[in-house]
Design a protein around this ligand. Structure first.
Ligand code: FAD
Ligand code: FES
Length: 322
C-alpha cells in the first residue's frame, strides 16, 4: 500500500497549453483529461472528456480504463458525470502498479488510451423512503451520485462517510447538499465520530428505526463490516462489489461471485449486490489470488522508474558538462 502522510489537501491541476508527453501517455488520440484534483498523496480525481459516456452514465456503473497502449485494463467506478460538460469523473486510490503509474502520469491535457463503458447494471434507485448511503475509503466518491439519485427520488437520505483524519476529507460540501443528515467518522477523531464507519451506521439506525435500505461502497472488509452491522436489524443492504475484473463483459469469469449459492458475474450482474446474500469469504479469498504477481509488477515498475530517473540525471550531467 502507498503511504499517506495525511498532509496534502485538494490540489487542482491547472490546464497547460502544451502538456509534455509523460511516459507513454498519448497526447494525440484517446480521451482527454480536462481536470485533476489531488485529495491526498494517494487519492486523486480525474475528470475526462467523453460526452457520449457522460450522457449514458448512471449511478452504480463503472468503466474499464487502459491508461496507455501497453497498460492493463482496470475497472473504476464512475464517481460522477456531468452531461453539460460532457465529462465523467473517476476518483482513484494509488494502491499498485497501474494506479500509481496513472497518479504519476495522468495530467490535465494528457489522454487515456482507452475508456470503455458505462459498464454494469445501474444501481436500483427507488422504492425506499429512508436510505443510508455509506462511503469509506475509495467508496466516498462513488457513493455521492447514489446519494444524489436517492434524494432526487424523494427519499430521506442519511450520508455516512469515513476518513482516516480531517485533512483527508473531501466533498463534504457536496454531501451536505444532497443529504438530509450527514455523519462523518474519522479514525483519529479529528472530525465527527471517532471510530469506524459502522459506528456512524449504528448511530443513524438508533435515530431512525425505520431505515428501508443501506447502500455501501468501500473496501471489501468495510462492506463486510457494514453487512454485519445491518444484519441484526434486518435492513436490506446493497454493496458495490469489486472482484477482480478483466474484460468486464461477462466473458472471462474472473469476477465471479456466489450469491445465494448461485454463480454471478460482478461485471454484468452487478456491481451492486445484496450483501447478506453474498459469500464474502469466497470473495476475499479470490481477491487475494494475485497478490504475489501484483507485488512483483509494482516492484518492477518502481525499479524501471528509478533507472529512468538515473538515466535522465546522467544525460543532464553530460549536457551541462559539454
Ligand atoms: C467494479 C469496480 C470498481 C472499482 N472502482 C474503483 C474506484 O472507483 N477507485 C479505485 O481507486 N479503485 C476502484 N476499484 C479497484 C481498482 O480496480 C483496483 O484498485 C486496481 O485495479 C488496482 O490496480 P493496480 O495495478 O494499481 O494494483 P494491483 O497491485 O494490481 O492491485 C491492488 C489490489 O487491487 C485489486 N485489483 C487489482 N486488479 C484488479 C482488477 N483487474 N479488477 C479489480 N480489482 C483489481 C485487488 O484487490 C488487488 O489486490 C474498482 C474495482 C472494481 C471491480
Ligand atoms: S470481468 Fe470477465 S466475466 Fe466479469
Amino acid at each position: 500500500m502507498a503511504k499517506d502522510n495525511g498532509q496534502t489537501r485538494a490540489k487542482k491541476d491547472e490546464p497547460s497549453d502544451s502538456p509534455e508527453p509523460r511516459n507513454g501517455l498519448e497526447l494525440g488520440s484517446g480521451f482527454e483529461i480536462v481536470a485533476r484534483e489531488d485529495f491526498s498523496d494517494v487519492t486523486y480525481l480525474l475528470e475526462i472528456l467523453h460526452p457520449a459516456m457522460a450522457k449514458a452514465a448512471k449511478p452504480g456503473q463503472f468503466v474499464i480504463v487502459i491508461a496507455h497502449e501497453h497498460g492493463e485494463r482496470i475497472p473504476l467506478t464512475i464517481a460522477d458525470f456531468d452531461r453539460d460538460r460532457g465529462t465523467v469523473t473517476l476518483v482513484i486510490q494509488a494502491v499498485g502498479k497501474t494506479t500509481r503509474e496513472m497518479q504519476q502520469n495522468c495530467r490535465v491535457g494528457t489522454k487515456l488510451f482507452g475508456l470503455v463503458g458505462p459498464m454494469g447494471v445501474p444501481s436500483h434507485i427507488g422504492g425506499a423512503a429512508k436510505v443510508i448511503c455509506v462511503g469509506g475509503g475509495l467508496g466516498v466518491a462513488p457513493i455521492l451520485p447514489q446519494a444524489r439519485a436517492w434524494k432526487e427520488s424523494g427519499a430521506y437520505v442519511i450520508g455516512v462517510v469515513g476518513f482516516r483524519s480531517k485533512e483527508l476529507m473531501f466533498w463534504d460540501d457536496k454531501f451536505n447538499r444532497y443529504c438530509d443528515e450527514f455523519i462523518v467518522c474519522s479514525d483519529d477523531g479529528s472530525i465527527g465520530i471517532k471510530g469506524l464507519i459502522t459506528l456512524g451506521i449504528e448511530q443513524a439506525i438508533q435515530r431512525h428505526p425505520d431505515i428501508d435500505e443501506v447502500v455501501a461502497i468501500g473496501p471489501p472488509i468495510m462492506m463486510k463490516a457494514c453487512a454485519e452491522t445491518t444484519r441484526p436489524h434486518g435492513i436490506k443492504t446493497v454493496v458495490s462489489l469489486n472482484p477482480i475484473m478483466v474484460d468486464g463483459t461477462g466473458m472471462c469469469g474472473g469476477c465471479r461471485v456466489s450469491v445465494e449459492g448461485k454463480m454471478k458475474f460482478g461485471c454484468v450482474d452487478g456491481a451492486d449486490f445484496e450483501v447478506h446474500k453474498v459469500d464474502f469469504d469466497e470473495l476475499l479469498l479470490r481477491l487475494s489470488r494475485f497478490v504475489p504477481k501484483e507485488k512483483e509488477a509494482l516492484e518492477q515498475w518502481q525499479k524501471d522508474c528509478r533507472i529512468q530517473q538515473q538515466a535522465g540525471e546522467l544525460i543532464d550531467q553530460q549536457s551541462s558538462q559539454s
